[in-house]
Design a protein around this ligand. Structure first.
Ligand SMILES: Cc1cc2nc3c(=O)[nH]c(=O)nc-3n(C[C@H](O)[C@H](O)[C@H](O)COP(=O)(O)OP(=O)(O)OC[C@H]3O[C@@H](n4cnc5c(N)ncnc54)[C@H](O)[C@@H]3O)c2cc1C
Length: 487
């Protein structure tokens, strides 16, 4: 099959009749639902752009497996240039939709990790996981499927390992091995794009020990598989989508701006062997997590840089609309936002430059720079959001509704008292204010997501500290030598 169009993607997701709930109700048609509809539009754009002659080069490539023309989201990285193209794509796509395309994004990184780890598992254990994984991923590429990446488990008591948990299902596990497949039980949580993806690609969230073999499991299933229940998140910024008569201006990013993330419950779900890519190989779990972690940290940082590009643009526009576009402190703030952002982008480009190829040929970015880049990406986004609020003024958190603007008595009052720059109609200023509400994280979760999505900061500090511990003795020795002090 050739590259899917946005419409084919929309239709295919509707037809799958995925078992997803939101706000206590089953969603019968995700296309028409106020929460899932906009998120579907952001993913549909990634399909449409692949068919757009002006954009195609950025979002498609040739599969190194089949030689066929594929969407970049299904590509397995082969070298630094390949990886940088993905980073540039993430940043640029974000500028188009200001949203998350988790339904396609996380899985490419898992796939890159699994492609290499299955190769190494087979070499050590004489298994046939790599062949199975390649067959599966070839299907994903050929059918241009959206695949969500399921890593995070509920994890129960964080101070305890999986095998020590009171609830033995706190981490997803294999409860039965059969002749034709395995049965899994547990949950995966906070999964971006889960209900609007065709497939789910699942892997362990951490390294497992010998007594945790049952938790060392990786597989793929269609999102409408029997036994799966998806529960859509319901964060406060999305409430307005349920307000009768709220529309357009009230949403900021009206077309795309709802984050799709779900909790997914696996109630004894059957997975056929040809879709199982790890089952009990606990000694490869830490390697898998360690290998794909840096990929994902770079990719998620790249889209945060795109979000910041929008924030910088939005801050400049709202300053103009407020009548202070030329103020010196505004210019300084925009420049500081850009500085913080490019620091992060520079780090992840550095991670690509210092990356390496695994035995299977897959390319992986350097762990240290990937983690520093991710840490900085989150810092820079929170900083930029603060600057965005500062530049916008108090109205960014105190706006009236579109319905008020249409009201025969309130409308003229709003027009009279909320006009700022005489060259800018009040309606435009109100629209932009709502967009800033969205971009600064008051009206969307993306700013907060930058802290947890792709792992919280302590994970990045662990990598940086480990690297420092490794090098510190050498740095000390060098400076002592230079100072002429005998060690
Ligand atoms: C919007 C959003 C989208 C996401 N999308 C995806 C996705 O597509 N796929 C996916 O797999 N995951 C996804 N995630 C999950 C994300 O990876 C996790 O939120 C993240 O790894 C943190 O896990 P947690 O939320 O369980 O927090 P916790 O692990 O509970 O962390 C909370 C805090 O406790 C600290 N902590 C945790 N354990 C310990 C410990 N043992 N010792 C000391 N400190 C500890 C952490 O450092 C952190 O500061 C998403 C998250 C968000 C918010």
């Amino acid at each position: 099959m050739a590259l899917m169009t946005g419409q084919q993607y929309r239709d295919s997701i509707r037809d799958m009749k995925i078992n997803v709930y939101c706000f206590g109700k089953k969603i019968e048609n995700q296309l028409e639902h106020p929460i899932t509809g906009p998120a579907i539009e952001a993913v549909a754009l990634s399909y449409d752009l692949a068919n757009d002659p002006d954009y195609q080069d950025k979002i498609t490539t040739t599969s190194h497996i089949t030689g066929e023309h594929i969407n970049y989201f299904t590509h397995l990285y082969q070298n630094a240039g390949d990886f940088v193209k993905r980073l540039d794509l993430m940043r640029d796509l974000m500028r188009h939709h200001g949203m998350c395309v988790g339904a396609r994004c996380v899985s490419g990184n898992i796939a890159n990790g699994l492609d290499s780890i299955t190769y190494e598992m087979d070499k050590t254990n004489n298994t046939n996981y790599h062949e199975k994984f390649r067959a599966y991923w070839t299907k994903v590429q050929r059918e241009d499927l959206a695949v969500a990446g399921y890593i995070t488990d509920p994890k129960g008591d964080r101070s305890k390992r999986p095998a020590e948990q009171e609830n033995s299902d706190a981490y997803l596990r294999v409860v039965e091995e059969k002749n034709d497949g395995i049965v899994v039980r547990g949950a995966k949580v906070l999964i971006s794009g889960a209900s609007i993806a065709h497939e789910a690609l699942i892997m362990p969230t951490r390294g497992m020990n010998k007594d945790e073999k049952g938790y060392a499991v990786s597989f793929a299933i269609p999102t409408n598989t029997k036994g799966l229940t998806l529960l859509h998140q319901f964060p406060s910024p999305d409430f307005r989508r349920f307000t009768p008569d709220a529309k357009g201006t009230d949403f900021g990013n009206a077309r795309y701006g709802v984050y799709n993330a779900c909790q997914i419950f696996f109630e004894d779900v059957f997975v056929p062997w040809d879709r199982v890519f790890m089952c009990g190989e606990y000694d490869f779990t830490a390697k898998l997590v360690g290998r794909l972690g840096p990929c994902f940290r770079c990719v998620t940082s790249a889209c945060k840089c795109g979000h910041r590009d929008l924030l910088i643009g939005g801050s400049a526009v709202i300053a103009e609309f407020n009548g202070v576009g030329k103020a010196g402190h505004i210019r300084d703030k925009l420049s500081e936002m850009s500085h913080e952002s490019e620091l992060s982008y520079g780090c992840i480009l550095g991670a690509a430059m210092k990356g390496y190829n695994s035995e299977s040929g897959n390319f992986f970015p350097d762990g240290l720079y990937a983690n520093v880049g991710k840490y900085q990406a989150s810092k820079a986004l929170w900083f930029s959001a603060r600057m965005g609020v500062d530049i916008s003024g108090g109205l960014v958190m105190s706006m009236h509704s579109e319905k008020d603007m249409e009201h025969p008595e309130l409308g003229p009052l709003i027009e009279k008292y909320f006009k700022a720059n005489p060259d800018v109609p009040t309606e435009k200023r109100m629209k932009m204010m709502r967009m800033m509400e969205y971009l600064t994280g008051i009206g969307c979760i993306l700013v907060a997501e930058s802290s947890q999505g792709g792992a919280p900061t302590a994970n990045q500090q662990l990598v940086v500290n480990a690297d420092l511990r490794k090098n510190l003795e050498e740095y000390k020795a060098r400076v002592l030598e230079l100072a002429g002090i005998e060690n």
